[in-house]
Design a protein around this ligand. Structure first.
Ligand code: NAG
Ligand code: NAG
Ligand code: NAG
Ligand code: NAG
Ligand code: NAG
Ligand code: NAG
Ligand code: NAG
Ligand code: NAG
Ligand code: NAG
Length: 886
């Protein structure tokens, strides 16, 4: 280049070249500088290098604009597992207008310094681990057109200063931890097309009326966010709205009167799961574009006009769980694309018309629990796409049309609790039928033998009819999970596998049936095992296997007994006792019945109380859903748990197991669980006793985490897993079940049954790795139960919040903390201690796991109520709450 510059006539060219090349180097340097701050475990940015020979405009994720020369205009690095600090040097790229770092692992507050990027228009940080509050300085981003901070851990209030971002076209703050009320500034966003504040469960706010001013708004997502009050009348001004989702809030009152007819462009309208009332929004079909309409689970009433048929594009229609009445709008069936119709739990009357056959795309119809009358229409059998039809609890009468199951995809039919009569038609075409319930009708004739040919039928309920004849032996071939023919007039021999595989109650009420274990033996045979079939518990089988009886074990010695099985029995039973226990298998098996079952049991099985001949009581937990650990490994694992001796941990006395089941034998504790105690209406423990319970639980947990080798996690701590002895000393149970059942079955059971349990720390949703901090969170929830005297989750009532949300909402109000304390504890000296405990509980339930104390710290703080606490004092101010991660 130096040579080149010697020639004056080339100077200007040369100058341009230097300019260009130095700008270009600067840009590459800025990118390399950015890379230096980023942790890139999968080497996604390997092309980002001086030496790669690739121009930086061709590096991964980079787009350049050609004017004035090549400048980086866009960086798109989503879903690359990147973490680290987003450096401000990125703003050395003067033409950078688009930065997308979505779906990575950036774990930091909102990077305000990016507001220095003078050309930045789009910032997408969705789906990272961004935390902290939205600071007032968010106003510095006033050049942005697109701001997506969704799916992070951003907390606190939305500041008013956000109203300065007047150029925004897209604002997405959905799926965060925002709280409090939403400021009245949204009217400023005159350019806004998409607004998403959904899934911020801690918001408690009216819907800002000024949203109605946003004439350009096309998408409005406010679902699952604690919005309350009425839907503002101003919403009729959202003339360009395409999607409106207000579902799962606490909205009340009526819909604005002309809402339906004003929103001409609406494609999706969802106000489900609120407390709205009034009539069906007439005019909602005026725009013709509506595809999705959901009003379910509100208090709407009145009738639904036939004009619903004007919604020519409607696919989904959900009005279930309301008070709608009047004739059902059969006009729905003439809508060409209608796919899903849910109208159950209303008071619709009238008939279902044959015109249903016109709905050629129909897949699902649920109209249970209404007041329909008339016949099941023939037209139903002509809809080839129908896979679910349930119309139970109505007044349908007459015969079931022979074609009712002709749809080749039909899977679920429920016509139970009607007044249908005549015979059950032969079912030959519905090869996909899984579930058929015709219970509680007046059906006569035989059970059609063709049922036996349906390959996937698993659930068959024909109970409470007047069916006669015998049970065809072919039905044995079905892999039935439920086969209920009780209370009919069936007769003859019951195929033997149906007797042994199913509860006797499914056959009862048919005096003519005979077979082993039934009240009538068949005349041509002698009952061999009169006990089999009497009880439905698998334990009945075990009792035979265990005929060897007594096992008496000496104290402190682990004795391992092997029981030979009888030839006909499924598995070998083995028992191991860790404690001097006079317990026979017979006692065990005979003791386990419905009467001795405690509660519903946990996800892994029920608990039974059994009284030993000595008068001692033991608790037996029957584990189900466990994996297939070899017996030796299983024994080793249970031994690990059973060897533990701590005053706050329930003793495991022994266990017995076969290939199918495991029974854990625990010491029995008289006072039941803390959870049972709290939900009693007369729960009135004084604070000192509650504090003792909390301290004991904390000590037990600290022992599991740090005191015992190997270190263990509880993984399922909740008040129903804390048992109390006669002196109210707490003892943890159901701990470390993952060790016994295996990680995979444990996780799948826990996630399927308790995905939304409020004892679960928020990170459980995305982090598969179990941590001590998750236990600490659960402990915090238990502590809140002790402080408030409320159950953590009251599943009975729909509108009640779980305890963590309830407390968080209260705590932000002035003097709210005082309202949290259980009013049954009156003494003011307790009050001070309770507030301190509340602070601990709030720390333990901090959203960010690293802000939670260890159990050892918790024990220390609880044990020394007057010494300086490890947590800051004085409750109430918002910063305080934020500092503990609320
Ligand atoms: C990406 O890196 C993470 C963390 O080092 C690692 O667990 C993962 O297996 C890597 N994935 C691929 C596809 O290389
Ligand atoms: C890339 O080149 C610049 C000079 O253009 C130099 O300062 C920097 O150290 C180089 N980086 C690497 C990784 O080689
Ligand atoms: C980027 O790569 C393409 C094709 O590989 C090439 O045509 C183009 O010139 C490259 N751009 C720069 C600035 O090197
Ligand atoms: C990110 O990491 C996950 C596992 O940790 C891996 O499955 C995925 O492939 C990684 N992504 C990339 C782009 O390497
Ligand atoms: C941000 O990135 C995510 C992840 O790719 C994407 O789903 C989302 O649509 C983007 N946001 C905007 C406003 O484009
Ligand atoms: C819903 O609102 C009612 C009264 O407006 C209130 O009592 C209730 O606590 C609220 N529930 C939720 C979940 O916000
Ligand atoms: C609907 O409910 C309201 C009370 O919310 C009642 O006043 C009205 O009469 C009901 N309408 C019908 C048609 O049942
Ligand atoms: C039937 O619907 C009514 C409301 O219309 C509801 O109260 C009742 O619980 C429902 N019954 C069943 C069995 O779901
Ligand atoms: C059929 O409907 C009845 C009444 O609504 C309900 O109790 C039963 O669980 C339903 N059966 C199936 C298999 O869905």
């Amino acid at each position: 280049m130096a040579t080149l510059c010697k020639y004056p006539f080339l100077l200007s060219l040369c100058f341009t070249f230097i300019m260009f090349s130095s700008a270009s180097t600067q840009e590459a340097d800025a990118l390399l500088n950015f890379k230096a701050f980023i942790d890139d475990p999968n080497h996604s940015l390997s092309s980002w290098s001086n030496n790669s020979g690739v121009h930086h405009c061709n590096w991964t994720g980079i787009t350049c604009i050609p004017t004035p020369s090549l400048y980086v205009s866009s960086i798109d690095l989503q879903s690359l597992n990147l973490s680290g600090e987003i450096p401000s040097s990125i703003c050395d790229l003067p033409y950078l207008s688009h930065l997308n770092l979505a779906d990575n692992l950036f774990n930091q507050p909102i990077p305000l310094h990016l507001s220095e990027c003078s050309s930045l228009e789009t910032l997408n940080l969705s789906k990272n681990l961004i935390w902290g509050t939205i600071p007032d300085q968010i106003s510095q981003f006033d050049a942005l057109k697109v701001l997506d901070l969704s799916k992070n851990h951003i907390e606190g209030k939305i500041p008013e200063s956000i109203g300065s971002l007047v150029h925004l076209q897209v604002l997405n703050l959905g799926s965060n931890l925002l709280s409090g009320t939403v400021p009245f500034v949204f009217g400023n966003f005159a350019e806004l097309v998409v607004l998403d504040l959904s899934q911020n469960a801690y918001l408690a706010s009216a819907v800002p009326t000024d949203i109605g001013k946003l004439e350009k708004l096309e998408q409005l997502f406010l679902q699952r966010s604690g919005f309350l009050g009425e839907i503002p009348e101003s919403f009729v001004g959202l003339s360009n709205l395409i999607t409106l989702d207000l579902s799962q809030n606490n909205l009340t009152g009526k819909l604005p009167q002309t809402l339906g007819s004003s929103l001409k462009n609406l494609v999706s309208f969802d106000v489900s799961e609120n407390k709205l009332l009034g009539s069906f929004p007439s005019g909602i079909c005026d725009g013709k574009g509506l595809k999705f309409l959901s009003l379910h689970t509100n208090f709407f009433n009145g009738s639904i006009p036939e004009s619903i048929s004007k919604c020519l594009n409607l696919e989904i229609f959900q009005v279930q769980n309301n008070g709608f009445s009047g004739d059902f709008p059969n006009g729905l069936w003439s809508i060409p694309k209608v796919m899903l119709v849910r109208a159950e739990n209303n008071r619709f009357s009238g008939e279902l018309l044959d015109s249903i056959s016109k709905a050629a795309q129909l897949e699902q119809v649920q109209i249970d629990n209404n007041s329909f009358t008339g016949k099941i229409p023939q037209g139903l059998g002509l809809v080839k796409s129908l896979y679910r039809f349930s119309a139970s609890l109505n007044g349908f009468s007459g015969e079931i049309p022979p074609n009712f199951c002709d749809s080749p995809v039909m899977s679920i039919i429920n016509l139970s609790h009607n007044t249908l009569s005549g015979q059950i038609p032969e079912l030959r075409k519905c090869r996909k039928l899984v579930s058929l319930s015709l219970a509680d009708n007046s059906l006569t004739g035989e059970i059609p033998p063709s049922l036996a040919d349906l390959p996937v039928l698993t659930y068959l309920d024909l109970s409470h009819n007047q069916l006669s004849g015998s049970i065809a032996p072919g039905l044995q071939n079905l892999k039935l999970a439920l086969f209920n023919v009780s209370f009919n007039q069936l007769s003859g021999r019951v195929p033997s596998s149906l007797i042994s595989g199913l509860p006797a109650s499914f056959l009862e009420g048919n005096p003519g049936l005979c077979g082993p274990g039934l009240p009538n033996p068949c005349s041509d045979e002698h009952p061999k095992h009169h006990s089999s079939g009497l009880t439905t518990l698998t334990c009945a089988l075990i009792s035979i296997a265990f005929a060897m009886a007594m096992v008496i074990v000496a104290a402190g010695v682990f004795v391992f007994h092997r029981f030979s099985k009888r030839k006909s029995q499924p598995g070998v039973w083995r028992s191991v006792f860790f404690y001097p226990l006079r317990l026979t298998e017979h006692d065990l098996v005979m003791g386990m019945d419905e009467k001795s079952a405690l509660g519903n049991g946990g996800p892994f099985g029920r608990v039974y109380t059994i009284s030993l001949p000595s008068g001692e009581l033991v608790a037996i937990k029957k584990l189900v859903n466990f994996g297939t650990q070899p017996s030796k490994a299983l024994k080793a694992q249970v031994k690990v748990l059973a060897k533990m001796r701590h005053k706050n941990i329930v003793k495991i006395l022994g266990f017995c197991h076969s290939d199918e089941s495991i029974f854990l034998i625990f010491e029995f504790l008289q006072k039941g669980s803390l959870g049972d105690l709290i939900c009693r209406p007369d729960f009135e423990l004084q604070w000192s006793a509650r504090l003792r319970i909390a301290t004991g639980v904390a000590q037990g947990l600290a022992y599991l985490h740090k005191g015992y080798v190997p270190h263990l996690l509880h993984r399922n701590l909740k008040s129903t897993n804390i048992l109390l002895d006669a002196d109210y000393e707490p003892k943890l149970t159901d701990f470390a079940i993952d060790r016994i059942v295996g990680e995979a079955p444990f996780l799948s059971t826990i996630t399927s049954e308790f995905a939304h349990s409020c004892y679960n720390a928020p990170e459980c949703r995305y982090s598969k790795k179990a941590t001590e901090q998750m236990d600490v969170y659960s402990f915090g929830v238990v502590l809140l139960e002790l402080i408030t005297g409320r159950q953590a989750e009251d599943i009975e009532s729909l509108d009640s919040l779980d305890i963590v949300k309830w407390v968080r909402r209260k705590v932000n109000i002035t003097n709210g903390a005082l309202q949290i304390l259980d009013p049954k504890i009156s003494s003011s000296s307790s009050q001070k201690e309770m507030l301190r405990a509340l602070e601990i509980a709030l720390h333990c339930t901090a959203v960010m796991p690293e802000k939670r104390p260890s159990m050892i710290e918790v024990v220390k703080t609880l044990e020394s109520p007057n010494s300086g606490s490890c947590v800051p004092s004085t409750l109430g101010s918002e910063e305080q709450m934020q500092s503990v991660g609320v």
